[in-house]
Design a protein around this ligand. Structure first.
Ligand code: FLV
Ligand code: FLV
Length: 409
């Protein structure tokens, strides 16, 4: 980019603004615009279906990492701005961790870390296997064919995050309904905002009630943090809502995409079944390979002029990073479009990077490992019950996944 004699950027030289129509994609197809921008315009500008104006989009691995750790890019400054975006509404509440910068952000995350301690995770791993075994018992009783989405991929992560949180089983379906409505771009702003209100009221009561049976459970940890003044009630509720949504909705879809990937890559599946010790590494590669979402999630605002990948981003402009594109950067990942369980070097950013790195990453990994390690052990002949072309994929989604996963065995 050239500058004018006065040193101000010449607007005519700024990258042109691409309208990102965000098509409903099939299977694990990679968004063609995103692929093209990574290779041709790694720091560019986009306009998304909702909000106003344009935002910068950063796609190269090193640039993505740079933006996510540099405090000159602020999440807090996004709140209240009509930044161009995929969803009609914002997912996090005003005081939620998603919109916080350090040091507030650090204070909130420290509280959550207690519910994700090594001790809590050990106990969650044991719980995960017993929940999975119970779901597969029921699947066996019911007999083929079955929708794996309905019988396994939905209830499993929902039960796990609810256990972490301290939400009783009787409220699981309520949680599923709220999470799906809030995280859908297609449900409309009104329905999503109403679901957000209802879900926050639920967590306000759960936290205030102090009903969590175990002091490690997040509702109890959050209640204590509110009581001792570490968190405001709004911050605690905002944290609970984001963790419940991420834990139930993101893992349901991502783990369903993993099952789909294996069902449609028979050689990969055969290797995993012959060598279960390979599962953790396969899960890492699937995390890298699966295009988890449509478009991009939450932007950051440049607090001052910052140069990214040789391009000057002016103060005040919103900036998105694409972790999906970064995971396909050929400078980091050899033959990035290939699903390769032997990939020796795989520093993927599927869980994000920097302060906002997913707090549930370890739990999500445990859940996917247990899912892939149990399904074919229990049902060796498990396969799609319909031709691959007949599968239907969610439309208008933020997080991508199949509508149903019909299988037989
Ligand atoms: O927390 C965020 C998040 C979580 C997630 O599980 C998936 C996402 O796409 C996102 C996101 O886009 C922004 C977040 O703040
Ligand atoms: O997909 C999004 C998302 C997911 C999530 O689990 C938490 C979030 O805060 C978000 C978000 O803010 C925007 C998304 O598109």
């Amino acid at each position: 980019m050239t500058t004018t004699a006065t040193g101000t950027p010449d607007a005519a030289d700024a990258p042109r603004v691409h309208f990102w129509a965000v098509p409903d994609l099939t299977g694990l197809d990679f968004d063609p615009l995103l692929a093209r921008l990574l290779h041709e315009e790694p720091v560019t500008r986009v306009r998304l279906p909702h909000g106003e104006g344009h935002a910068w989009l950063v796609t190269r691995y090193e640039d993505v990492k740079f933006v996510t750790v540099d405090p000159r890019f602020s999440r807090q400054a996004v709140w209240g701005r009509p930044v161009t975006r995929l969803a009609p509404h914002f997912i996090p509440m005003a005081d939620a961790v998603g919109f916080a910068d350090p040091p507030d952000h650090t204070r909130m995350r420290r509280v959550v870390a207690r519910a994700f301690s090594a001790r809590a995770l050990r106990s969650l791993r044991a719980h995960a296997q017993s929940v999975m075994d119970g779901l597969l018992d029921r699947l066996e009783e019911q007999g083929p064919p079955a929708d794996l989405m309905e019988t396994v991929n939905r209830p499993f992560p929902l039960a796990m995050v609810s256990e972490l949180m301290g939400v009783p089983a009787t409220d699981h379906s309520l949680m599923a309904h709220w999470s799906d409505t809030i995280i859908s771009a297609g449900a409309g702003r009104e329905a999503s905002e109403r679901a957000k209100d209802e879900m926050s009221r639920y967590f306000t009561d759960l936290i205030a009630g102090g009903h969590a049976p175990d002091s490690d459970q997040l509702a109890a940890v959050l209640a204590e943090a509110v009581a001792d003044g570490t968190l405001t009630e709004e911050e605690a509720v905002g944290l609970a809502v984001l963790i419940q949504i991420g834990g139930a909705h993101a893992v349901r879809n991502n783990s369903a995409n993993m099952v789909y990937a294996l069902l449609t890559h028979p050689d990969h599946l055969a290797r995993l079944r012959a060598d279960p010790a390979l599962i953790p590494q396969a899960v890492e590669e699937l995390l890298r390979y699966i295009p988890h979402r449509n478009a991009v999630g939450l932007s950051r605002i440049a607090l001052e002029d910052v140069e990214v990948g040789g391009v000057r981003i002016p103060a005040g402009d919103p900036v998105y990073v694409s972790y999906l594109a970064a995971n396909r950067d050929p400078d980091v990942f050899a033959d990035p479009a290939r699903l390769d369980f032997d990939r020796a070097y795989n520093p993927h950013v599927a869980f994000g990077h920097g302060p906002h790195y997913c707090p549930g990453a370890t739990l999500a990994r445990i859940e996917s490992e247990i899912l892939l390690g149990s399904l074919w052990t229990r049902f060796p002949g498990l396969r799609l019950a319909v031709p691959e072309e007949a599968l239907r994929w969610q439309r208008g989604a933020l997080i991508r996944g199949p509508e149903t996963l019909p299988v037989t065995w």
